[in-house]
Design a binder for this molecule. Structure first.
Ligand SMILES: C[S@@+](CC[C@H](N)C(=O)[O-])C[C@H]1O[C@@H](n2cnc3c(N)ncnc32)[C@H](O)[C@@H]1O
Length: 223
């Protein structure tokens, strides 16, 4: 069936299946509710240029759902090293990918940070409505944070150099960065400082999205 004839619930179910992300009924309901909230509050909070709910499902929800499995694998490895499941989403905006990760991985603590207060007010409210005790929304510039995280992620935030430059003091020495990018960012990788090691560039296939996506995995070279 063409995606424009599917309901949002069907798009989510098919997308999650294609991505191999098992979702229980509660998580499906939370993800659908999150799309509703994004749509409802978008005008007030200016969260995304995408207005159509089906496009939100494809371009935001499924895009973030595509990183859930690699994210879980990475966290499992970090936990085997004894690192806590503490994750930071930098420049999270309306909560992408932080809210999706918090819904799909309830055992992981996800902190979203953004410099714009109203965006974090939205994420805080969404976390309350969706009953996500593992989600935290912090209004701050990331460079002012003082905690240490095992995994730091971002989507549509900055160049890789700026991302790692702003967050190196926040990353556990054995922790990893997970940057969501479009097509393979060769030039950005070449521009990275020498203390950063790109150990994997993972190509992603987003259901119903005909565009290149990848995850750039990095750690500090002395890890
Ligand atoms: C293009 S938006 C991306 C939002 C979201 N990650 C997404 O994929 O929809 C980039 C966000 O980064 C935030 N931002 C920019 N510089 C920041 C900083 N130094 N600290 C925290 N947030 C910052 C902006 O306020 C903006 O909401």
């Amino acid at each position: 069936m063409a995606s424009n004839t599917l309901t949002l619930a069907q798009m989510l179910e098919q997308g999650a299946h294609a991505l191999g992300v098992p979702l229980d009924a509660g998580q499906q309901a939370q993800l659908l509710h999150y799309v509703e909230l994004l749509q409802k509050w978008n005008k007030v909070y200016n969260l995304t240029a995408v207005r159509d709910p089906q496009e939100m499902m494809r371009l935001h929800l499924l895009d973030c759902l595509a990183v859930v499995r690699p994210f879980q694998v990475a966290l499992q490895k970090l936990q085997e090293l004894g690192l806590p499941a503490q994750v930071l989403d930098v420049g999270a905006g309306g909560g992408l990918p932080g809210v999706v990760l918090a819904i799909c991985c309830p055992q992981v603590h996800v902190q979203c940070v953004d410099a714009v207060a109203k965006k974090m007010a939205f994420v805080r409210q969404a976390g309350a409505e969706l009953k996500l005790p593992n989600l935290q929304a912090t209004h701050a510039r990331v460079e002012s944070l003082g905690k240490i995280y095992s995994l730091i992620t971002s989507r549509a935030f900055a160049s890789l150099s700026d991302f790692v430059g702003l967050t190196t003091p926040l990353l556990h020495p054995q922790g990893v960065w997970m940057a969501m990018k479009g097509k393979h960012p060769q030039d950005e990788i070449l521009a990275l400082p020498s203390h950063v090691n790109v150990f994997h560039v993972e190509q992603l296939q987003i259901p119903e999205v005909d565009a290149e996506r990848c995850l750039v995995w990095m750690r500090t070279s002395n890890a």
